[in-house]
Design a protein around this ligand. Structure first.
Ligand code: ADP
Ligand code: ASP
Ligand code: MG
Length: 406
């Protein structure tokens, strides 16, 4: 008998029939004698719908506290419905909001971090045979305000709960039967991986593979929580996220990630003198805009171009922010492109293999895809390309590196 935390995503609880299916799945685990705690997301599309309403009524300037109250409501619906469906299966179940558990976070509305989780109430309910059904994505700060963890954050709720309960496994139950070599919606030949290392999964998730929320992987790695991605709708082992096994031959490239919501900003004709990067990026950072890749060209005639990427959501705001900076530093202009995408190859095997980058660039060149920016780390290479070539790039690289083959 083990203690399992299971998380069900939006598609898995997308309608009443599916919620009943999830209840029957949980009932099977209970009948096998396992203790189960459940975390659920809102019904698919619901968080988008709530967000759009909040943006609409506030004229695109929603108060972050109220936005969290609004978006957290999606999960309140599914915990109640799933608990009722479990009761129909003769399983004792009880819905719990984050403040009832309690899941304590900091006060960063919209991107709160979990600080601690009380387990006394949860444990006492589980000890008497009850299945707690906990609202994912939400938390409560020290002043009792509702917070949310960021889009896709229910994965992190589940891993944090598994850690607090010292669970034997955290299962992320979703609409794919594991982690694939690329998004199966883009590459039909993508292959399910039996294992992927925490380090690789963290890169893949951070670089756009939305199958897991990046912070859930970080958390699971840090606290060594066995984490498995599996299908809600079919049986199978799924993908286990593991620590790197040094005795095992590692593939050079394990997976390809893509991120569509990127934008690129260029400040041109910048005087090539000390302090310029900080003059440009200082105001951007202070406005809480996260900068990803940065490139500064070599100077010609004492002038250079400075290019960086931000999320598409921050694009307009960042351009506006830089208008006075351009004047201040006597640069020529600020321009941008919000139809770009990032394609990344990830693999721990890259550490010991030279030439991966060249092969990647050759492959993209042979497809006539222009590379606009490049960034590398020990186990990944990312390129920025025009958004319209993104899917082609992912497919071409998948085939070039033979990822469809076991
Ligand atoms: P949930 O609602 O269950 O949290 P998500 O939509 O957040 O599900 O994540 C599952 C989706 O992630 C899949 O449907 C798939 O399209 C996408 N995805 C992206 N990259 C990958 C990958 N490498 N392996 C599996 N799925 C991926
Ligand atoms: N419902 C939230 C979202 O759509 C959290 C989650 O699904 O993980 O982002
Ligand atoms: Mg998700």
């Amino acid at each position: 008998m083990s203690l399992i935390v299971q998380k069900y995503g939006g598609t898995s609880v997308g309608d009443l029939e599916r919620i009943t299916g999830v209840a029957q799945r949980i009932a099977r685990y209970r009948r096998q004698g396992h203790k189960v705690a459940v975390v659920v997301s809102a019904m698919s599309g619901e968080t988008n719908r709530l967000t759009a309403m909040g943006e609409d009524i506030s004229q695109q300037r929603p108060d972050p506290r109220e936005m969290d109250v609004l978006t957290a409501s999606g999960e309140q619906v599914t915990i109640a419905l799933l608990s009722m469906a479990l009761q129909v299966e003769s399983i004792d179940a009880k819905s719990m909001l984050a403040d009832q558990v309690a899941i304590r976070t900091d006060s960063a509305h919209g991107k709160a971090r979990i600080l601690e989780i009380d387990t006394d109430y949860l444990r006492s309910e589980m000890d008497r045979g009850c299945v707690p059904v906990v609202a994912g994505f939400q938390g409560v700060d020290k002043n009792g305000n509702i917070t949310t963890l960021g889009r896709g954050g229910s994965d992190t709720s589940a891993v944090a709960l598994a850690s607090a309960l010292q669970a034997d496994e955290c299962q992320i139950c979703t609409d794919v039967d594991g982690v694939y070599t690329a998004d199966p919606r883009v590459v039909s030949e993508a292959r399910r991986l039996d294992h992927v290392t925490f380090e690789e999964m963290l890169e893949l998730a951070s670089l756009g593979s939305k199958v897991l929320h990046p912070r859930s992987v970080e958390f699971a790695g840090r606290y060594r929580i066995p984490l498995r991605v599996m299908s809600t709708f079919a049986d199978g082992p799924g993908t286990l996220i593991t620590v790197e096994n040094e005795n095992m031959e590692q593939p050079i490239v394990s997976g390809i990630a893509h991120a569509r919501d990127e934008a690129k900003i260029t400040v041109s004709g910048v005087p090539d003198i000390p302090g310029i990067a900080s003059k440009i990026l200082g105001p951007v950072g202070r406005a809480n805009v996260e900068v990803d890749m940065i490139v500064q060209n070599t100077a010609a005639d004492g002038l250079t171009d400075f290019t960086f990427t931000v999320t598409r959501q921050d694009y307009e705001r960042t351009i506006a922010l830089l208008a006075p900076v351009v004047e201040e530093i006597s640069a020529r202009s600020v321009s941008g492109d919000n139809e770009i995408a990032k394609v990344s190859m990830v693999g721990v095997g890259m550490r010991s293999h030279a030439g991966v980058a060249t092969r990647m660039f050759d492959c993209l060149a042979s497809e006539n895809i222009n590379i606009q920016m490049i960034s590398t780390s020990e186990i990944k290479i990312s390129v920025v390309v025009a958004e319209k070539y993104m899917e082609l790039a992912v497919r071409a690289l998948h085939s070039e590196f033979g990822l469809e083959e076991d």
